[in-house]
Design a protein around this ligand. Structure first.
Ligand SMILES: [Zn+2]
Length: 308
């Protein structure tokens, strides 16, 4: 299938075709004795992901684990559907996200407030998972991949308070979720992902430091794909956060409202990203995933909390 890319080490990148787009949101299958899916994508992507797993030889009784880096709907919206497709799989998530997978009503209501009618097109509806199938992670945890291979989880808040990074003992791959920002392989651009209501600068920077200390061989971005230049990329992740926070702080100190702050930050960061001057589709990808309005709103929300 043309939406599957073999990355070596029995790892396969699956383009979930989020909302019909290519190259927006990846899921990853770690094959081997105990196949593990990292990120499900959205609910509307679930059939795409199932077809990909089928073509990789993973049948309904074969998937051992479904793990999500965090419960935002582009990463975990498909959990209920995928869990139903694979009845033997254990669902693994940070403890701060677990109850929302069992009962998504509150999560869906707040997503509906943010996205309105666009919710159905972009994400669809997260369906509930029996709580007996959910394993909640604390600060660290381990997933058995079989044959002595382990996927270890590390709590990494900042982008979201229910976020974990996952490192594979077999490959050194680190699944970074959104904690290191959003990477665009077409241009090599990296932007921060600082949405409300959880964004917190210090926490986010600490998570990036933690990622570096794990000594990964490769970073696997949910948005989007593998990066082998680990140190440089994590350095860039931290720098991006500081740039966006500094500019948003400045806009706030000048008394700008959200719209003006967004316009100012967008203008002052424009030259950092080749994507914005590339074709329109590439620019649109960035705005969908780490849009300036969402990033600036998240930083303002945090500033209002720490410096009222
Ligand atoms: Zn997220």
């Amino acid at each position: 299938m043309d939406n599957i890319t073999a990355l070596g080490g029995e790892v396969y990148e699956i383009d979930t075709r989020m909302a019909g787009y290519s190259g927006i949101t990846a899921g990853y299958l770690i094959l081997g004795d105990r196949p593990c899916l990292v990120e499900t994508g959205t609910a509307t992507s679930a059939p795409v992901v199932r077809d990909a797993l089928t073509s990789l030889g993973v049948g309904p009784g074969d998937l051992a684990t479904i793990v999500v880096t965090h419960i935002h709907l582009d990463h975990a919206g498909g959990v209920g559907d995928i869990a139903a497709f694979y009845p033997d799989a254990e669902i693994v998530v940070h403890e701060k996200g677990a109850r929302h997978l069992a009962d998504p009503s509150r999560l869906m209501a707040s997503a509906r407030m943010v996205w309105g009618d666009k919710l159905d097109v972009l994400f669809g509806e997260l369906s509930p998972t029996e709580s007996s199938r959910i394993r909640a992670l604390g600060d660290t945890g381990a997933i058995d991949l079989g044959n002595g291979r382990t996927l270890s989880s590390h709590y990494s808040p900042g982008h979201a308070k229910h976020h974990v990074g996952l490192i594979d003992s077999g490959t050194g791959d680190l699944y970074v979720g959104d904690a290191a920002g959003v990477y665009l392989p077409q241009t090599g651009d990296l932007r921060p992902a600082t949405p409300p209501p959880d964004f917190d600068l210090e926490t986010a920077l600490n998570s990036i430091t933690l990622f570096g200390a794990l000594g990964p061989q490769r970073l696997l971005f949910s948005h989007y794909g593998p990066v082998t230049d680990v140190e440089e990329t994590l350095g860039r992740s931290a720098e991006e956060l500081r740039v966006w926070v500094d500019l948003t702080r400045q806009a706030r100190s000048e008394g700008m409202d959200l719209d003006h702050a967004v316009a100012m930050v967008r203008e002052r960061t424009r030259e950092r990203y080749a994507a914005l001057t590339a074709d329109e589709a590439t620019a649109e990808q960035f705005e969908l995933l780490s849009g300036a309005p969402s990033n600036v709103a998240g930083i303002l929300h945090w500033l209002d909390r720490v410096q009222p």
